[in-house]
Design a protein around this ligand. Structure first.
Ligand code: UTP
Length: 311
């Protein structure tokens, strides 16, 4: 059995740090229906909804880039073609911007692009759940290779990208981003159980998907950032449907903890930053206001609108 190394990578010896494989690939599951945003999500992917002027998926990709991710695996579905187009060249638009001397806008579009061969799109033909979406990428990741999973509808505002914080602290096994939630909210999250340790990284012996408050083992909730060991794929392979009739990633993680080998441990990582649940209307609105307040030309507008309408 491999013993967990719960110290931050920053504090590992040179040899030990070298032994922990680098996280180079990230999966972005986008196969969900986004029913909470109907009717807009009937023809627009939830991940293309903008917070101010950038779609959610761009925030997620930028976060992953800052964490050193080199390969981007998009799990999409029918009607999500706009995501593919968004990260592709638009020669005509670029030319028009250049002709108009709008060089800053042209450079912005150029910076956003993912390089050829850096991005791969996989169709999840049926929305069978997050565990199923991750499993769809099984042929692109090695059986012992660590990889990230980023849910674009969980937007995290932080000075150091949340995934970057996790990659720095990662020392093997499965790692999930966590934060405390109110007891009445536990039924919306995967919840850790059997926690030990202090500081930013904690060890957990189990994880439960969306428990009722009266059955919740803790209030430590999993947020949409993961670093998983490739061994999860063999577990997801035979995974049965769980909560909501979907194949749950949480159930796969719980099962992998029951196995004695090769990586029977789970780390919860308490990230620094503010998280917005942009899969809900409330969280989406809060994120919009928060990011707009960070934008100089909008800040005063929001203040005066608020004073005129709400005070
Ligand atoms: P959600 O639980 O938010 O589901 O999925 P959803 O379908 O996106 O939205 P609602 O609840 O109907 O409004 C959490 C994450 O898992 C992905 C989603 O795209 C989202 O990022 N997911 C979910 C998949 O990729 N495939 C699935 O089959 C289900």
């Amino acid at each position: 059995m491999v013993e967990p190394r719960r110290v931050s990578r920053m504090f590992l010896g040179k040899k030990e740090a070298m032994m922990t494989p680098k996280v180079k690939k990230a999966i972005f599951p986008m196969g969900g229906l986004g029913t909470r945003f109907l009717p807009v999500t009937k023809s627009i992917p939830k991940e293309m909804l903008p917070i101010v002027d950038r779609p959610l998926i761009l925030y997620a990709v930028e976060e992953a880039k800052a964490a050193g991710i080199e390969e981007f695996i998009f799990i999409t579905a029918r009607g999500k073609g706009a995501i593919e187009d968004f990260f592709d060249h638009s020669q005509e638009l670029s030319q028009i911007l250049l002709d108009r001397n709008e060089n800053a806008k042209q450079a912005l579009l150029q910076d956003m692009l993912l390089r050829p061969g850096q991005v791969c799109h996989i169709r999840q033909q049926d929305p069978l759940g997050l565990g199923h979406a991750v499993w769809c990428a099984r042929h692109l990741i090695g059986p012992t290779e660590p990889f990230a999973v980023v849910l674009a509808d969980d937007l995290i505002k932080s000075s150091v990208s949340c995934l970057q914080q996790m990659v720095s602290a990662y020392a093997g096994g499965h790692m999930v981003a966590v934060q405390e939630v109110a007891l009445q909210d536990v039924s919306s999250y995967g919840i850790l159980e059997g926690m030990t340790g202090h500081g930013a990284t904690i060890r957990a012996t189990g994880i439960v998907e969306k428990p009722k408050p009266e059955h919740a083992p803790s209030t430590m909730a999993v947020i949409g950032r993961y670093i998983l060991d490739g061994s999860i794929f063999s577990i997801l392979e035979g995974q049965q449907k769980g909560h909501g009739g979907e194949i749950q990633l949480t159930d796969g993680l719980a099962k992998s903890l029951e196995k004695a080998d090769p990586y029977p441990y789970l780390t919860g990582f308490k990230f620094q930053g503010e998280r917005f649940d942009c899969g809900s209307l409330r969280g989406f609105l809060r994120a919009t206001l928060s990011y707009a307040m960070d934008t100089e030309e909008l800040r005063e507008e929001i203040r005066s609108f608020g004073e005129a309408h709400f005070l």
